[in-house]
Design a protein around this ligand. Structure first.
Ligand SMILES: [Zn+2]
Length: 383
């Protein structure tokens, strides 16, 4: 019996594409979101000392310090090993999580000593996954869009292609009589998974069956581009697209196909007489914060975002909804582009890397509901 198990294991080893291996241990990166070969170096498996070391590299430089990592580990026999990650020209940002199915994840203890992050892991013949955040893959977005498009009023369509030819999808409500649009964007920055964790419940609430949502959609269409950077997501990039460009610095240059696709979409809406009313762009950073345009920037309905986020804040006695207004005309960020081109508010919705996952979910639902209430109220005032 043992012999059969061993030979099955050897077959598995032979069939897998591995990043590095010793006699009895493999580190693999042959799955979506994994750290790709070009983004790692000095991978050493020291069986004697039960230690695996890997150095993480960015896709190009200069770059925001967001060293992403995702690997699988397999060992012929169950054992405890120490995985040591180092970062080229950077510091560790993402706390390690472990999974045994790629679906459910648990934070694990780790230590950072000098520039080394050490994680003790129990590995064995079954795959152990380790990553900087839970994995949300390109396919997850496609599955979600397909599910939503089963509703009569929702379409799931390709609006363009990434640098490497991957489809950029929109999820869009198709109500021709409704002329105002709420725009939702996500995943310009691949490792910003907590932003994605907020986008899903936020959008599900907007597209849901509550009385508020149904009434809201009588007055507003919604277009969502949930996964702006599928190349970066696929290849485990820290920040950029496959041209090595930060997409959220390209909204004044319009050189990148991902940005061009969304600009074209919104430009066409306006060209046919519709109106962009508001936009929300989901990200992650070291804390929960909402980057806004200043009230006095000169956009229409100057207090829309203020009113929205104050209302949200009032629902959370123990949580501070931080609003950080900013005006950076030369930076090429999405919210500024929306304000300048469409003369309306937009925000960058940032969830902390380590924010409690169930809190992210609850806050996003409440944020969607309070946004709908605020936009409806503002709409009444206009008429
Ligand atoms: Zn970001």
């Amino acid at each position: 019996m043992k012999r059969i198990v061993t030979s099955a294991l050897l077959t598995l080893f032979a069939a897998s594409s591995f990043a590095c291996q010793s006699n009895k241990i493999q580190l693999l990166n042959d799955f979506p979101n994994a750290t790709s070969d070009a983004l790692m170096t000095n991978c050493v498996i020291d069986e004697q000392n039960k230690r695996i070391t890997v150095k993480l590299l960015p896709e190009n430089k200069p770059i925001n310090n967001s060293p992403w990592y995702a690997f699988q580990l397999i060992s012929e026999k169950p054992q405890e090993i120490t995985l040591t990650l180092t970062v080229e020209d950077g510091t560790h940002r993402y706390h390690p999580k472990v999974s045994h199915d790629g679906e459910s994840w648990q934070a694990v203890d780790y230590q950072v000593v000098d520039d080394k992050m050490n994680v003790k892991l129990n590995i064995g013949p079954k795959t152990t996954w380790i990553a900087g955040q839970e994995l949300i893959t390109n396919q997850d977005y496609v599955d979600w869009g397909n599910e939503l498009s089963q509703f009569e009023f929702i379409d799931h369509k390709v609006i363009g292609k990434s640098v490497k030819g991957k489809p950029i999808y929109q999820i869009i409500t198709n109500q021709p009589a409704v002329k105002q649009w709420l725009v939702v964007l996500g995943r310009q920055h691949p490792p910003e998974v907590t932003g994605a964790m907020a986008l899903f419940p936020f959008v599900d609430t907007l597209l849901g069956n509550s009385e508020l949502a149904r009434y809201f959609r009588q007055q507003y269409n919604i277009v969502i581009v949930p996964n702006m950077n599928p190349d970066g997501v696929e290849l485990g990039f820290w920040r950029h697209n496959a041209n090595g460009v930060d997409l959220n610095r390209d909204w004044n240059k319009f050189k990148q196909p991902e940005v061009i696709a969304v600009d074209k979409l919104l430009t066409e809406l306006v060209a046919r007489g519709d109106k962009v009313a508001m936009a929300v762009d989901f990200h992650s950073t070291h804390k929960d914060i909402f980057y806004t345009m200043p009230n006095d920037y000169g956009v229409q309905q100057p207090y829309l975002v203020n009113n929205w986020l104050n209302k949200l804040d009032s629902q959370y006695p123990d949580f501070n909804v931080i609003q950080k207004p900013g005006n950076n005309p030369q930076m090429g960020v999405f919210k500024q582009y929306v304000a300048d081109k469409f003369d309306v508010h937009a925000i960058t919705y940032e969830m902390g890397d380590n924010t409690d996952r169930s809190f992210i979910d609850k806050l996003a639902k409440d944020a969607a509901n309070t946004l709908m209430q605020t936009m409806l109220k503002n709409n009444e005032k206009l008429h």
